[in-house]
Design a protein. Structure first.
Length: 440
């Protein structure tokens, strides 16, 4: 028994290694913008009187993440004047992206969506573009910083920083806005603007970490003889290499990637409007959903990372998919209860724990599919595929809730996760995408 405990403790010590600790802060930088243009923004917009259908459509801002593969080849190969010379290929793109995020958040902090909605949408688009670009460079940085055996551990610490950022971008914004607003019973735009200014300042965590991080070892890329060859190597070769490596199996892999997180993404868009409509206060949502829930996600991520090391990626990928779909049914139960704080705690606990397990396994799976020569481009393709269909479908979530109600909506989000289980079983049965040797 003692040997078993010592063995597990040895596995957990991987999280104290420097590459893992560094990913904690960079993960924070990656996680901060997401809620500020989706979940937290939807809370702000709903409080400002924006209707649910419009809020649902505005989540299509997040589709930028689904198309980041379009400019990912440039992040892989294009040098930024001065910055690349001073900081290296990966860090220069990280700094550039972080600057765009700060500018976008400052713009959002200067606008009242109740008076002018379009400008805040444009600023949100700038934040989304900067955030997606940061993700491209950061995913490549992570993949190039350690071998494949440590990717699950890096994913777990990355998720830790990411989820801590979600606490700050979720509960932190609500807490700051609640503290500053003059009348808790009415809409106060200055409170939201102050909170978003604080979020812009918080991106400095990523900036400072990037400045003091070491550039990963450069992968030597073949030199293009002319412009045509450069365009082929930059835009075509990363995708062609993946297809050549997996042949027809690439279709099954991409299909699995495209729908793995569909239950979580589609459901998550209406979570904050649901809290508002059920009568939960900012402080209640901040404490339960944005703090306690994120802590449960962190726990799930660490458990998922260790379970992946122990039992393999695909088994935990299957478990995560089952848990994610089932947890949505708990939201359907909560919708029938009305304002039930204790029920909210239990539902959030189950949902976020399952999400953490699924995320750690899924990131490790995506990382295992990349060729390090094209790490930014190929990982961007995979993570974009993950979001394209779910984000598009989520845009209609407000219309669905208006027509059928929250309970039917949450049940439907659980049902659409069923095909994921079939694809994972098929992938495991045919041994697709596993132990595939990548030519260096």
């Amino acid at each position: 028994m003692l040997n078993v405990i010592q063995s597990w403790l040895k596995d957990f010590r991987v999280y104290l290694e420097w590459p893992c600790l560094r990913m904690l802060f960079l993960g924070f930088s990656a996680g901060l913008p997401l809620l500020l243009i989706l979940g937290t923004l939807s809370f702000w917009l709903r409080e400002a009187g924006i209707d649910r259908s419009t809020i649902g459509y505005l989540t299509w801002v997040g589709l930028i993440y689904a198309f980041k593969w379009v400019w990912a080849p440039l992040v892989d190969r294009l040098r930024i004047p001065f910055l690349t010379k001073w900081f290296g290929r990966r860090r220069s793109w990280l700094l550039f992206a972080q600057a765009l995020i700060i500018l976008g958040l400052l713009g959002m902090a200067s606008i009242d969506p109740k008076v002018a909605l379009n400008p805040i949408v444009w600023c949100a688009l700038l934040v989304a573009f900067g955030s997606a670009t940061q993700d491209i460079a950061l995913d490549a940085f992570r993949i190039e910083s350690a071998d494949s055996n440590h990717q699950a551990a890096l994913a777990a610490t990355y998720q830790t920083g990411y989820r801590l950022a979600l606490i700050w971008a979720g509960a932190g914004v609500l807490w700051l806005a609640a503290r500053v607003e003059t009348d808790s019973g009415s809409y106060d735009v200055s409170a939201w603007q102050f909170a978003y200014l604080c979020m812009a300042a918080s991106i400095s965590v990523g900036v400072i970490t990037t400045l003091f991080s070491q550039e990963p070892a450069q992968v030597l890329l073949p030199q293009a003889r002319n412009a045509k060859a450069w365009l082929y190597q930059t835009l075509i070769e990363p995708f062609a290499e993946f297809i050549q490596r997996y042949h027809y199996q690439a279709i099954i892999i991409l299909a699995l990637i495209a729908i793995y997180r569909i239950s979580d993404v589609v459901m998550g868009i209406m979570a904050n409007p649901f809290y508002v409509d059920m009568g939960y206060t900012k402080d209640e949502v901040a404490a339960v959903s944005k703090v306690f829930g994120v802590i449960m996600t962190l726990l799930g991520a660490f458990i998922g990372g260790v379970l992946t090391l122990r039992f393999g990626v695909m088994r935990i990928l299957f478990v995560g998919a089952v848990l994610s779909a089932v947890s949505n049914l708990l939201f359907a139960w909560l919708a029938a209860q009305g304002h039930d704080l204790q029920g909210l705690i239990w539902v959030i606990s189950a949902d976020n724990l399952s999400s953490g397990i699924a995320s750690a396994a899924f990131i490790a799976y995506l990382s295992s599919l990349t060729n390090i020569r094209y790490s930014a481009t190929q990982y961007a393709l995979f993570s974009s595929m993950m979001l394209l269909l779910p984000k598009w479908l989520a845009g209609f979530s407000g219309v669905f809730v208006d027509a059928f109600g929250y309970q039917a909506f949450f049940i439907s989000t659980a049902i659409i996760g069923a095909p994921v289980l079939i694809l994972i079983w098929l992938t495991m049965h045919l041994n697709i995408g596993q132990n595939k040797k990548i030519a260096e």
